[in-house]
Design a protein around this ligand. Sequence first.
Ligand code: ADP
Ligand code: MG
Length: 325
Amino acid sequence: MALSEFELIRRFFDRPQAATGRDDVVLGIGDDAAVVTVPEDCDLVLCMDTLVAGVHFPEATSPEAIGHKALAVNLSDLAAMGAEPAWFTLSVTLPAADADWLAAFARGMFRLADHYRVQLIGGDVTRGPLSVTVQAHGLVPRGEALRRAGAAAGDRIYVTGTLGDAGMALRQGVQAAPALRQRLDFPSPRVEAGLALRGLASAVIDISDGLLADLGHLLEAGDPGAELQVDALPASAGFAAAAATNGAENVHYDIALTAGDDYELCFTVPPDRCAEAESRLAGLPGGCTVVGVIEAHPGIRCRRRDGSSWVPTGAGYQHFRNGNG
Ligand code: ADP
Ligand code: MG
């Protein structure tokens, strides 16, 4: 590498503590390990996600988007736990120490980090094919972390934001509208929604592999069935426009249900708490939309508003039982 490992860390990753204004970092970057203070009445929530070039993002993705996304996907996992992001560590494997690339990567990452006051406290740098791993650390009041387990028959199923934008952008490639491309490259982790759902949602998961697959995980951990209303799936204006010019409705339902990379939250709420959940989320980024209901009968059944059933054709669906009812 043209830059030494230490120069690289100092120049691009070691920023004054003031950048996030946190007073709970005892030791950040520069020692053998970081030291942070965990409040006594909180649980520490940890998650880690790796992005590999060509697997988790197209090779041509801008370094700014890679920096943003590597942190965003982790903040999305913290959001699904109802945790408030606090700190993160970063391991980057780079083919070369390209200063322009690193500056753009750091810009994308720190813009999001500063927005949520989450501080980079350490990491590692190695040489090899491009890959980025972030471990994020969040805090929740003791015992209050949200989980995948807990959905019960009768609970309503909600999603935040809109579905299928990233999937549509991937499918359309260079022809995708900028707004769709933005949702693929710069996903918005629903941190505020996750915090608002503490003590309210019966189960939460973030949608990274598509609603059908991720709702499937909720059903493995709670009551095992669900009915989804496909024409209630929230679509952005950009998605609706692309779907309209792109042909059959089953194609766009399939993208919304199975394409993934949404980084929205899917959550369930008992009927008597739905009004409260809806009013809490109404003013937050993304808002929320009810898309179905949990049922005791195993499997996911997709229906249109007129009651007719709709069978997804996307590959993602093949793992799922179709309760043809
Ligand atoms: P060691 O040899 O003890 O593992 P390193 O030389 O790898 O230490 O790292 C020196 C310091 O720089 C450590 O505090 C480490 O956490 C930090 N660091 C290394 N890589 C990164 C990175 N990509 N982002 C943030 N901090 C980093
Ligand atoms: Mg090291």
